[in-house]
Structures are given as C-alpha cells and as structure tokens.
Design a protein around this ligand. Structure first.
Ligand SMILES: Nc1ncnc2c1ncn2[C@@H]1O[C@H](COP(=O)(O)OP(=O)(O)OP(=O)(O)O)[C@@H](O)[C@H]1O
Length: 510
C-alpha cells in the first residue's frame, strides 16, 4: 500500500523554505549576512565552526554579532556539518537542509558572494608540516569573517584540504596546480590483494603479475589485447560524448552499433583506464593488472546481483563487457576529450601522451544517470526513498558478498529518472519493495571496495595509503579516518572479516 503523497505534491516545512530564499528572509530565518557562512559550513571540515550565542532573540534576524567561531582540532573532533549545529536555531523543522554542496576546494566557497572576502590563505606550501601532529600546529586552520561578514576557509597547514567527492583526483590536481615547492614524497603505491582469509593465495611478484594478467584476460574473454582503434572504431560508436573523468580513467557515453547500423545497443558508458605503463597519468602511477583485477571482479559480481535469486538488486551498475586493448588513444576519443576540456575544463592529462604500446582496460557499463553531487531532489520524500534504495542495495551486497564500498561519496552514486513506481530488492529470499518516487539509484566505482567470494577476499589494500587518511575539507575525509580507527582492533587481531557498511552520509538528515 502506498501511503505516500502523490509525486511532486509532497512537501515538508523545509521544502517550503527551499522554495524561495525570499520566504526565508521574510520569516527572518535567514539574512543576507549570515546565509553565506551558514551554507559554506555544511561541507567544511572540523577546522572551525560557528556557534550561536545563547542570548539570541528568536524573533530577530541573526547577524554576525550573534555568532562566534570556534576552532577544533581534527584529532579530537568530527566535522559534523554545521547545518546540524545551527539547525535547531535557524531551521525549526524536523528535517535538516538538503543542500547541494558546492565547495570548490580549499579556498572557501565558490559562492560569488564570497569573492570580495578577505581570503586569509597561503597555499604555496601547505604540505610542509604534512607529517606533523595537528595538535602541535599553532595556527591550525581557522576561518575569519571579513568586514562584510563573509566567511572564508583557511587552509590547515598540516593537512590536505580538498573538495568533497573524488578525493584522489582533487588531491592530484591540487598538487599539480597549487604546489610550487613540493615537499611531498610520501606517495605510496597502493597494493592490490586477492587474499584468502588465512594466507595469501599468490606469491612471487612475477608469477603474481602474470596470474593477474591471465585473470584480466579471462574476464575479457580474450587471449591477447585487442588493437584499441579497431576494437572501438569510430563507426561502431554513435553519438559519443565524454561525460566524466576520475583519477584513473576517462568516461565516455555512446551508443554501440554492433553490426554496422543493424543492431543497436542503447546507451553504454566506456570507462577507459590506462594500465601498466611507466608514464604517470593525472599525477598517479598507472594501475597494474593486480590493481585493476579487484575492480573488474567486484564490478562483475555486483552487477550479477541483478539475477541472483536469494539476494538481488539493480542498485549496482550493470556491466556489459570488459576489454583489454593496446595502442595509441584513438583520434575520435581524443576529439571528444578536447571538446569536454574546452567546454567544462578537464583536470586530467591530455590522452595524446599515451604511446602505441599503452594498455587500457575498458569497462562497458550501463548508463546510470548523473551523479548525486549534481542532482537536486524535488523534495525530502524523494531523497528519503533514494536513501532507502542505497541502503537496501548495500544490505543486499553485504549479505551476498560481505561487500563494502569504502568510498561512497556523492560522486559515486548515480541517479536516473524512472517511470517505474517501485524498486524491488530481494534480501535473504524476502522481497522488499521501495517506492521510487521517480528516481532510480545506482552505485558505481569500486576502486576502493572489497568483497568476499567463496572465502576469497578481493580488495585494494588501503592501510598503506596515507594520502587517503590525511585529506581534510569535508566530513567525507573524517569518515576515512573514523573507519580506520574503527577497524584498528580488527586489523591488530589479524582479522579481516569485517562486515561494516561504510556509508558516507548522503544527505544532511538529522
Ligand atoms: N555507468 C555510468 N553512468 C553514468 N555516468 C558514469 C558511469 N560511470 C561513471 N560515470 C561518470 O564518470 C565519473 C567518473 O567515473 P568513476 O568514478 O567510475 O571514475 P574513477 O576514475 O574510478 O574515479 P576515482 O577518481 O574516484 O577513482 C563519475 O563520477 C560519473 O559522473
């Protein structure tokens, strides 16, 4: 029975507030002067936060005099989004604001209102104290209100302040564009592991590499790499366009024309990942066969949950095919790359730098919509059911494969509009039906994920990846540290049988 209200009709007090900012001002809930810091703060880490003075008169609009800034140290606090702290005072309703967070990096908000603010920031060499304890850092990240009562974020000199989402991409971009003197040689290669619960399955580097290459070819249903240009000829692909990029790959959308204009497969996404080359790409060492293998296995397994009888879900991206190709980047993809770069600006390196012996893995995925960081929900109810879909998909994945995503930020959750009224899940043989409220949610990007299949655990080893645990700039980065702390006892006990779902808060729900 559907007890929810008609699609698009339902709204809670907060939706009304969101309808227009003018209303907020009329209600004295928000004033020009405090709105900017308030919104910025919802995606800023724990370097500082605003507190409202207790003497506040509820019937009067807030001004900066009513607030003071507190500074916290990351070692002893968590960067709870500030809207939670302010929520009780500013938004007297059951739900916290669902904001589209737009923190454009370490320099503060991208909000045009902050343009003329005093930016008290020195980004020339923020890594100098990179290994220093934040406790010992006297001028630990703080913010200041400018004369015009606007808030800016100041870089914490002993940590890396990044925008939320694709942390590795942001980090590499930060290093390449902002650091003039890099005192930062601690890059650790992430090792990939296919580990038995008790002992390593594969030993010896060379054997291991060959075994992984063989395995990758097996998943590709190939015996040798295919020539890139022939396998993905321009006339086999229609309406191609570059739609996204990550630290490791370029993502294109196209329709695949299988038999020269005869059979037409609807939209597919090609995620193209360079492999095994010695050239650094996007500030990263290229992935090895052993590092890509877990991603291929995990993507294939999670996709197969669609047809599983006992635990099933469509919530993980569908994979049609994997290919291993070799050769220069085809010209038609280079053109699409350049078009994207001209229109949106790419943070990645130009693909012309790949030589003729370059290997790539290409994941052919189903198009699953746009990412949640760029999506605006119609109302709270829609976001609530979206969240339920994600939770149930994770529950199914965890039940079947002890799946942990471990990097579930907004950029890795895709949303597509759907006409389906319900989304169906099967969990331990029980059918569960969730209202779609017009949206279908899909989880992508298993670079950091881990699953267990028949007592064999597949994952990339994050324990030596210090970068992952040093970034700040969003609550997302605290979650990495919190999870590491949480798992320490298990690691110390040499146990890897952990079945916690890591879910970076998706929405600012109370
Ligand atoms: N199946 C898909 N449907 C629609 N868009 C997609 C799909 N897969 C990827 N994308 C788009 O491409 C972007 C990059 O993809 P993805 O996160 O898989 O790359 P990545 O290189 O693994 O990223 P990271 O830097 O996090 O490792 C996504 O944020 C999304 O916008």
């Amino acid at each position: 029975m559907d007890y929810s209200l008609e699609d698009g009709k339902w709204s809670d007090p907060f939706d009304e507030l969101l309808d227009s900012r003018t209303k907020l001002r009329k209600m004295n809930i928000v004033t020009q002067s405090v709105r900017v810091p308030h919104n910025i703060d919802s995606s800023v880490e724990n370097s500082s936060f605003i507190e409202i003075k207790e003497t506040i008169h509820e019937d009067k609009p807030l001004t900066c005099e009513d607030c003071f800034i507190k500074v916290h140290c990351p070692s002893d606090s968590i960067s709870t989004p500030c809207d939670k702290r302010l929520g009780a005072v500013l938004f007297n309703c059951g739900l916290s604001p669902i904001t589209r967070l737009k923190l454009e990096g370490f320099e503060g908000s991208s909000d045009t209102d902050t343009k003329d603010a005093n930016i008290n920031v020195n980004v020339e060499n923020p890594f100098l104290n990179i290994n220093a304890s934040p406790n010992m850092c006297s001028n630990f990240g703080k913010r200041q209100l400018s004369k015009s009562y606007k808030m800016v974020t100041v870089v914490h000199p002993s940590s890396i302040v990044l925008k939320p989402g694709k942390w590795r991409k942001s980090l590499n971009n930060f290093i390449r564009t902002k650091i003039t003197e890099i005192n930062f040689n601690k890059k650790v290669e992430r090792s990939s592991i296919c580990q038995d619960r008790k002992s390593l399955v594969l030993k010896g580097e060379h054997k291991f590499k060959n075994k992984c290459e063989e395995e990758v070819l097996k998943y590709c249903d190939q015996s040798i790499p295919l020539p890139f240009n022939d396998a993905y000829e321009q006339n086999k692909l229609l309406n191609s366009i570059k739609i996204g990029e990550g630290a490791y790959g370029e993502v294109f959308l196209c329709s695949k024309n299988q038999n020269r204009l005869e059979k037409h497969i609807s939209n597919i996404v090609l995620k193209i990942i360079p492999l095994e080359g010695s050239t650094e790409i996007n500030g990263e060492k290229q992935k090895s066969f052993s590092q890509i293998l877990p991603e291929i296995i995990i993507t294939t397994k999670m996709s197969s949950l669609q047809t599983n009888k006992i635990n099933s879900t469509d919530g993980f991206v569908s994979i049609h095919k994997v290919s291993l190709v070799k050769g220069n980047y085809p010209q038609h993809f280079i053109k699409l790359w350049e078009k994207y770069d001209n229109e949106k600006g790419s943070e990645n390196d130009h693909p012309r730098l790949f030589g003729e012996n370059q290997l790539f893995v290409i994941l052919e995925l189903k198009f699953a919509g746009s990412d949640m960081a760029n999506f605006q929900f119609l109302n709270s109810e829609q976001s609530y059911y979206a969240l339920l879909q994600i939770i149930l998909a994770l529950a199914v994945g965890e039940e079947e494969y002890q799946f942990e995503h471990r990097d579930l930020h907004l950029g890795n959750i895709l949303i597509e509009y759907t006409n389906k009224k319900h989304i169906i899940f099967t969990l331990k043989n029980t059918h569960l039906t969730v209202l779609s409220k017009g949206v279908n949610m899909t989880i992508i990007d298993y670079t950091l994920s881990r699953i267990t299949i028949d007592s064999c655990c597949y994952f990339n080893d994050l324990s030596s990846d210090e970068e992952l645990f040093q970034a700040t700039g969003d609550y997302q980065y605290d979650v990495y540290r919190l999870m590491r702390n949480e798992l320490k006892p298990a690691r110390e006990a040499q146990s890897i049988s952990v079945s916690k779902v890591q879910l970076i808060p998706l929405l600012s729900l109370p």
